[in-house]
Design a protein around this ligand. Structure first.
Ligand code: PLP
Length: 469
């Protein structure tokens, strides 16, 4: 292929050093002593391939093919490859439950509990008074019953599993009535109609997207009906000319026809958010007290615990899920029970303790005055940094992960305008460095929302920004 600098690239291509020559040099031998010859060879090959590829596109320059420059790049790719894939990220996005960042960060008490126990054998499925087997999920299930009006509870890997298990255990081979306004898709891989099909239940959707009446449900009931399902519209809101049937009325209908009524709450909440001025995520007891046979929700959304799916309700219905063969494939690992129990024990001390200690709740309910004050502190910390101009501004946070859909949460934070490069370049540096920092990028500026930051992260951000030129 001809190139802009004609023969130049051809000559440069020929000057790309050979692998063996590089490996024999002292600086590469030093790398091999740390990373092994095989690994270093692989990284050198990858670099040389890239250089040849650039040469073919006429994009090679003299400096690229020097031994020093190849060594620098190999050293850098070896360094990145040696870093763990999973690592801490400073979440400055203002998305409280960021699915890309593992949703809810755990409360310190759960972290301490994990650190103290996971390296040892653990009481999990054992009655310690008799030494017999039994009670794998009792530690969390009993707490869930104490914290709510449920008779019984169980825990599976996530809420998708909970939904599927309930459908399979209660309504396999039967019809499940669900409003068309609640045919939810949560991030591509969880779509209510698909979950239904996989579980062996048959979807009987009723009503229209914006309006479903009680008579729509009632007209759909026949001898094939096995369940009435209500699904929380977690990540969207239907506004305008709308009608949905509340759980109380569905329970009354279910009773009349002797049908179980199940509520998938999505992001179940164990504190009364309405008391704190936040609408749209009712307390789990709202549905249980209304008489729903089962409710299910995620452990790592607003509850603020580890990834898990919680099933609560009447003794007989929960027992059917617990006894279903799918349960074995869906039961969580011991780390989950440990973390979840710690989180539930915080709730047991009351809503104030939960709001103080559970990061997702604390962040959601942080007062605006406090956020404004903290934003000035962050801006203050960043003021001496040459690579950015900073300004305290008002913005919006979001709950994320299908909680509090389409509701902006006013917040404060710092707008950073990089002085020497584009905002997206700057953000790339922040994301890929150590510690990794994830800001929001908009209108060629970066925004750091203090709502999702801890105070001790302010200096970490300053130190990182101070290293960027
Ligand atoms: C989030 C959500 C799910 C899926 O929960 P996971 O814990 O992510 O599996 C299911 N149903 C609703 C309504 C949800 O909001």
């Amino acid at each position: 292929m001809s190139s802009a600098n004609g023969n130049g690239d051809g000559n440069l291509m020929r000057s790309i050093p050979k692998v063996d020559r590089l490996l024999a040099r002292e600086e590469f031998e030093a790398l091999s002593r740390v990373h092994s010859v095989g690994v270093v060879t692989r990284h050198i090959r990858a670099q040389l391939d890239e250089l040849r590829d650039r040469g073919r596109r006429g994009k090679l320059v003299e400096v690229d093919v020097t031994v020093e420059s190849i060594h620098t790049r190999v050293e850098s790719t070896l360094h990145s490859a040696a870093l763990p894939y999973y690592h801490r990220v400073i979440n400055a996005t203002g998305v409280i439950l960021h699915t890309g960042l593992g949703r809810a960060p755990l409360p310190q008490r759960a972290v301490d509990c994990l650190a103290a126990h996971v390296g040892h054998p653990l009481r999990l499925e054992m009655d310690m008074t008799t030494g017999d087997r039994g009670g794998r999920d009792a530690g969390c299930a009993d707490l869930l019953c104490e914290l709510t009006s449920a008779e019984r509870a169980t825990v599976v890997n996530n809420n998708a599993a909970a939904t599927q298990l309930i459908l399979a255990a209660i309504a396999r081979g039967k019809q499940v009535i669900l409003s068309r306004g609640e045919l939810v898709e949560i991030g591509g891989s969880f779509r209510v109609p698909d979950v239904m099909e996989e579980s062996g239940a048959q979807l009987r959707s009723v009503g229209t997207t914006n309006r479903t009446h009680l008579r729509d449900y009632e007209n759909a009931i026949n001898e094939e009906t096995g369940m009435i399902l209500k699904v929380h519209t977690s990540n969207y809101r239907i506004e305008g000319f709308t009608k949905e049937i509340e759980i109380d009325e569905l329970v009354a209908l279910g009773r009349k026809h002797n049908l179980p009524v199940v509520h998938d709450l999505g992001s179940g909440c164990l504190v009364d958010l309405e008391r704190h001025g936040i609408q749209g995520e009712p307390h789990v007891n709202r549905s249980l007290d209304a008489g729903a046979d089962l409710v299910c929700f995620s452990g790592d959304k607003l509850l603020g615990g580890p990834q898990s799916g919680l099933i609560l309700g009447g003794a007989e219905a929960v027992q059917r899920c617990r006894k279903h063969p799918l349960y074995r494939a869906m039961r969580p690992c011991r780390l989950t029970y440990l973390a979840l129990e710690s989180v539930l024990r915080i709730y047991r001390e009351g809503p104030d303790a939960a709001i103080r200690e559970v990061p997702s709740l604390r962040r959601l309910l942080a007062p605006l005055t406090e956020l404004k004050e903290r934003a000035s502190q962050l801006a203050q910390a960043l003021r001496g940094v040459k690579s950015v101009d900073v300004e305290v501004i008002e913005e919006n946070s979001t709950a994320g992960s299908g909680s509090l859909p389409a509701r902006d949460i006013p917040t404060w934070g710092v707008r950073m305008r990089p002085t020497t490069r584009s905002a997206s370049d700057y953000a790339h540096d922040l994301r890929t460095g150590d510690p990794a920092i994830l800001p929001r990028v908009r209108d060629d500026a970066l925004f750091l929302d203090v709502r999702t930051l801890d105070d001790d992260e302010f200096v970490m951000i300053r130190d990182r920004c101070a290293m960027i030129t």
